[in-house]
Design a protein around this ligand. Structure first.
Ligand SMILES: Cc1cc2nc3c(=O)[nH]c(=O)nc-3n(C[C@H](O)[C@H](O)[C@H](O)COP(=O)(O)OP(=O)(O)OC[C@H]3O[C@@H](n4cnc5c(N)ncnc54)[C@H](O)[C@@H]3O)c2cc1C
Length: 369
């Protein structure tokens, strides 16, 4: 078999697969019309993402398979980040090492509790912290927050540093980048094909129930006159509304809305107003930061919120591998997805944890045969 691979989609998933496949000796071409444009136009979720690597603080009753996938991928993140560090513009793709989760009111704290019960079910047991303890860790936190949790296990990535590092690492191994997005799957006999087109996947594989869920997100810049960015990711529930602050070297990413059925690529004034007001309620010093970007992306979401990774047989085309549907967790799940995608391409023997992950992501669960 010619080890030639054509990947459609250069988001975090397509790039991670390209890099890992090239490391295993595949000759890889990756196509995406947004290549070479900064910012990339359209729906790219990877470009706008916050970068939290957050299986536990994203946990929720009923989503246990996703939690297990997230834990499996988080375990691969230290090696993934270390291998990419030399290709990252600032020498790392990581943005924070820990997370704090806070509630603004007693009701907010209670509303967050079920997520922590899910994490407890997989063996993690965080103690609730008083606001004084949390403010010792992050002195910029507002004095009137009710309290929360410190999660030393949850780091964050800088999504744009990660995309730059993956691109450079793939290029160094000879991966070919093509600035076009084919409207159809490549014709038969041209080698293996991987569809990693995010929310654009259904245009190529209409049988897959992947829907776009819009997310609006802001970027704020610090200056020498402002308080420095927090050292940890801070997630909060503020009077029933979720907000998160993910540090960057020079500021903070503030996210994010989650809107079904909104196909407009713009960011609404209401989203900006609510995200800013909630962010400042959590970290008052942000009021002096500059608002430098408001952007939107489309998360590729499946009905059960687990990704799809596996072989599909589209009508009229060669069998191809699909890797999409990572929803809110594509940054987190990239290392696991890339490793398993290459295992599938090579028909490799894998262990029971990997087989379980592949079962959870099998596209066959959505395909009528
Ligand atoms: C606001 C927001 C915040 C987020 N925060 C986080 C977070 O904190 N942590 C986390 O883990 N995840 C987060 N996510 C989710 C994460 O960004 C996505 O799960 C992930 O980026 C999906 O990656 P992808 O490569 O599948 O898709 P994308 O990044 O969307 O990339 C798909 C690419 O395919 C291209 N394409 C489309 N059609 C074709 C075609 N026919 N041929 C070739 N190319 C094509 C597109 O141009 C695009 O560049 C967030 C998402 C959003 C929107």
């Amino acid at each position: 078999m010619a080890r030639t691979l054509h990947i459609l989609g250069a988001g975090v998933i397509g790039l991670s697969i390209a890099w890992r496949a090239a490391q295993r000796g595949w000759s890889v071409r990756i196509s995406d019309q947004t290549l070479g444009s900064t910012p990339p136009p359209g729906v790219s979720a990877s470009w706008v993402a916050g970068g939290m690597l957050a299986p536990y603080s994203e946990a929720w009753p009923g989503h246990e398979p996703l939690l297990r996938l997230g834990m499996g991928s988080l375990g691969r993140w230290p090696g993934f980040a270390a291998e990419l560090a030399g290709f990252a513009p600032a020498g790392t793709v990581l943005a924070a090492e820990e997370t704090i989760v806070v509630g603004a009111t007693a009701a907010d704290l209670s509303a967050l509790a079920p997520g922590f019960e899910s994490a407890r079910a997989v063996g993690l047991d965080w103690r609730r912290r008083a606001r004084g303890e949390l403010r010792e860790a992050e002195p910029g936190l507002a004095a009137d927050l009710r309290g929360g949790w410190l999660l030393p296990e949850e780091p964050a990535a800088d999504n744009r540093a990660l995309l730059a590092a993956l691109t450079a690492a793939a290029r160094s191994l000879g991966v070919e980048f093509v600035a076009e997005s084919p409207e159809q799957l490549p014709r038969a006999g041209t080698g293996r094909v991987v569809v990693a087109a995010g929310a654009g996947t259904p245009a190529l594989l209409p049988e897959l129930p992947v829907r776009p869920v819009k997310g609006e997100i802001l970027r704020l810049a610090a200056s020498p006159k402002t308080v420095p960015p927090p050292r940890r990711t801070i997630r909060a529930l503020v009077r029933g509304r979720h907000v998160y602050l993910v540090p960057r070297r020079d500021g903070v990413v503030v996210g994010a809305t989650e809107l079904e059925g909104d196909e407009r690529t713009g960011v609404s004034a209401q989203a900006v107003a609510e995200l800013l007001s909630d962010a400042i309620a959590v970290l008052p010093g942000l009021a002096d930061y500059d608002l430098v970007e408001a952007s939107a992306g489309f998360r590729p979401v499946t009905p059960d919120r687990c990704p799809v990774l596996g072989w599909v047989d589209p009508a009229g085309a060669d069998r191809c591998l699909v890797a999409t549907g990572h929803g809110r967790d594509g940054m987190l799940l990239a290392p696991l997805t890339a490793e398993l995608a290459v295992d599938l391409l090579e028909d490799a023997q894998v262990g029971e944890p990997e087989r379980e992950a592949l079962r959870a992501m099998d596209p066959a669960r959505f395909l009528v045969r």
